[in-house]
Design a protein around this ligand. Structure first.
Ligand code: NAD
Length: 463
């Protein structure tokens, strides 16, 4: 497998792919090793994860440069991703004991003084799933990966990690840090390759699959998991809407939208993908948004001042050009950008389209690139209807000074995450969960720690 630099089109390294045989061997070794790993005291596993975090922090600059080289993320944004890791890892370290503590839900004691052992106790214990597979995306390899491997390892599972073929070098670096921190090689193993290698993982003897990626691949994963009747969680795409009300600070809202739509070249599952703006302020908002987009620095992702680098995947350039062309053919106004750049690298000029409608693919299908459509709405009811006009249900936002109004609107929107005056934001303390085509199951929060366990119900009656 050739690892390419998307900013230059040059080959960075060649890597040996895994084969169905090496995949099977890794899974078999993980199964044997997991039994011992699960019996270690939680404190031992917690210490190992603290060590992993220390190493990651020491290597931040080198890891950021590696990520930039293989997927084109601007270096400041690569650093931001790595600097966001301590908060996440620490959340898992601080909360795993609570999340998986035994729960006594009934205790009947017949003795008068209450000192005897109970006659009947009902207790829930949380056991690891076993061998957990994580097939992942490239856009935030550290964030989306750590949502799985850290809690999976802490709760006593073995992890077979398949990084995306567009973030393999980062995946190998993560494995190296895990092993240096004391995670046995067979407890955290990486599998390298493209989708066919991912598919072979699903043929192996695994207990659960946690997937981050597109809806199309998610469907295939869910079908394969259904045949085996194993646990499956899916974190898939989004078509995340934001509604800008008429009472906002227009310039601040435009600045927030330019950042939310174009950060990481729009390649975030929770990037702003659709904007609905009230007609009273629509002209002013669109003018301010285009000013903000004009000010974004597009260029070499290794430069500190660059905000927008190349896309990670060349094929997405075709998707974006088609979305823009179709929207224009149906009456949209292309105000900025909208075409690939000449020369080397997967660069796409950031696009702003006005006069878009719900019939256009740009308002229906995930763009996952630096493209945004702005649609005018006349009232809150129409905004709610438009926001719900999608198969996806990842995030939705409302910008207004009025919190009550925002919460009322958001209560009618079918999405796993609701934002008031913010967007493109993830918190380790809150469940990360998609509805509809955006996925199933939750990571992060206490719910996302328990996701890596299975409950066992104990009925304990004294003889
Ligand atoms: P993708 O579906 O193309 O690939 C994801 C992973 O699946 C890769 O590792 C790939 O090799 C593997 N794969 C492909 N075909 C497979 C198959 N048949 N069987 C098993 N594995 C297979 O997605 P991508 O381009 O890597 O990621 C972009 C998508 O991920 C976007 O839709 C984005 O919104 C989504 N995403 C969602 C979240 C979230 O939290 N909801 C986070 C990040 C990315």
């Amino acid at each position: 497998m050739k690892i390419m630099n998307p900013a230059t089109g040059q080959v960075l390294r060649e890597i040996q792919d895994d084969t169905p045989d090496t995949v099977r061997e890794k899974v078999e070794r993980a199964r044997i090793a997991q039994r011992r790993w699960a019996t270690l005291p939680l404190d031992v596993r917690l210490d190992i994860m603290r060590g992993f975090l220390r190493i990651l922090q020491e290597r931040t600059e080198e890891l950021a440069a590696l990520l930039t080289s293989e997927m084109g993320k601007p270096i400041t944004q690569a650093r931001n991703e790595l600097k966001g890791m301590p908060e996440r890892v620490t959340f898992f370290i601080d909360n795993t004991a609570t999340a998986i503590a035994d729960e006594v839900v009934l205790r009947l004691i017949s003795g008068r003084d209450g000192t005897q052992p109970p006659d009947l106790e009902e207790r829930i214990k949380y056991e690891p799933l076993g061998v957990v597979v994580n097939i992942s995306a490239w856009n935030y390899p550290y964030f989306v990966g750590s949502n799985v491997w850290i809690p999976a390892l802490l709760t006593g599972n073995a992890v077979i990690y398949k990084p995306s073929e567009f973030a393999t070098l980062s995946g190998l670096a993560i494995a190296d840090m895990m092993h240096s921190a004391g995670v046995p090689d067979d407890i955290f193993a990486t599998v390298a390759g493209d989708g066919s290698v991912g598919a072979s993982l699903l043929d192996a003897d695994i207990d659960a699959i946690f997937f981050t990626g597109s809806y199309a691949t998610g469907q295939k994963i869910a079908e394969a998991a259904a045949r085996k009747l194993i646990k499956v969680q899916l974190e898939l795409g989004g078509k995340d809407p934001v509604y800008i009300c008429e009472d906002v600070d227009v310039d601040a809202a435009a600045a927030s939208m330019a950042e939310g739509a174009f950060y990481n070249a729009g390649q975030s599952c929770c990037a702003v993908e659709r904007i609905y703006v009230r007609e009273e302020i629509s002209e002013e908002f669109i003018a301010k948004l285009t000013d903000r987009v004009d000010a974004l620095v597009v260029g070499d992702p290794t430069h500190d001042e660059t905000f927008l680098g190349p896309l990670a995947r060349a094929q997405q350039l075709d998707v974006l050009e088609q979305q823009v062309a179709e929207a224009v053919s149906k009456g949209a106004r292309l105000l900025r950008g909208g075409r690939r750049a000449d020369g080397a690298g997967n660069y796409f000029a950031p696009a702003v389209l006005a006069d878009v409608t719900g019939e256009m693919s740009i308002m229906q299908e995930e763009s996952f690139g630096p493209v945004i459509g702005v649609q005018v709405v006349k009232d809150d009811e129409e905004a709610i209807e438009c926001m719900n006009d999608t198969e996806f249900g990842l995030t939705a936002g409302v910008y207004t000074k009025d919190r009550k109004r925002a919460e009322s609107i958001l209560s009618h929107v079918n999405a796993g995450t609701a934002y008031w005056n913010c967007c493109d934001r993830v918190s380790p303390r809150l469940p990360w969960t998609g509805r509809g085509h955006s996925g199933m199951g939750s990571t992060l929060s206490l719910v996302g720690i328990r996701a890596f366990t299975q409950p066992k119900a104990y009925h304990l009656r004294r003889a």
